[in-house]
Design a protein around this ligand. Structure first.
Ligand code: ATP
Ligand code: MG
Length: 221
């Protein structure tokens, strides 16, 4: 039986303040094919990741995730699909600073409508090397450790698709390699497909480029 592509995107355009900020003719991602969305700052990478996660609906075009048309299924359908199948490591991490890192993971499960899974949570924190920091607040961790929490949180609902937005651009070469190793390793352990949006061309030696974005305004010029 043919497996649906994780992502199928055709002729997507999105505008903000009357200007095109994202324009993509085609993106197709079969399960298991990790890759990069490469593009300079302002080319629409975060906008595209948010569209793939169903956090925004592009003004034009067709976008499907696991065979579901993201426009047709409505807000509730997009929320459900995201909760069940997508994990996101946001550019600004967006950890909840008032609660412990374990509670950040617990909340992510609860918000997705999933039953608590203390064993799975502990295993994830062991995998990212933070099992002994479960009760720490995000503010008590280093930036690298916070990023590890964000990776663990993105995987807590066993997603099919792991999206990471600009995870390495502020890092030196050794830490850049470490973060990609972590994402690839954790995606493999979770059976997730990894899609990284970045302007960091160092990552081209680690993952195939699936799409190179240009600023729509520059393309038109
Ligand atoms: N809500 C908005 N209103 C107006 N402009 C917006 C809005 N959201 C994004 N933009 C603009 O759209 C463009 C694409 O933004 P986006 O954040 O997707 O780029 P990016 O490729 O992720 O950039 P970076 O590498 O700096 O994170 C930018 O020029 C940004 O200023
Ligand atoms: Mg961005």
């Amino acid at each position: 039986m043919p497996t649906a592509n994780l992502i199928d995107l055709n002729d997507v355009v999105h505008h903000a303040s009357g200007q095109p900020i994202l324009s993509v003719a085609r993106l197709c991602l079969p399960p298991g094919h990790h890759g990069l969305l490469l593009g300079p700052s302002g080319s629409g990478k975060t906008t595209l990741l948010h569209a793939l996660a169903g956090l925004l609906v592009p003004h034009q075009g067709r976008l499907s995730l696991l065979g579901h048309d993201l426009r047709a299924i409505g807000d509730a359908g997009r929320d459900r699909l995201r909760a069940d199948h997508v994990g996101i490591v946001f550019q600004q991490l967006h950890l909840i600073h008032a609660v412990s890192i374990a509670d950040n993971l617990r909340l992510a499960r609860r918000l997705a409508g999933k039953a608590p899974d203390e064993k799975g949570l502990k295993e994830l924190l062991i995998r990212v090397g933070l099992a002994d920091r479960m009760s720490a607040l995000p503010a008590d961790l280093s930036q690298g450790e916070r990023q590890r929490v964000a990776v663990a949180r993105a995987l807590v609902n066993q997603p099919a698709l792991l999206l990471a937005d600009e995870p390495t651009s502020a890092l030196d070469d050794a830490n850049c390699d470490g973060v990609i190793d972590l994402l690839l390793e954790q995606a493999a352990l979770s059976g997730a497909t990894l899609l990284v949006a970045t302007h960091d061309r160092r990552l081209m030696s680690r993952l195939p480029v699936l799409l190179e974005l240009v600023k729509p305004m520059e393309r038109a010029a």
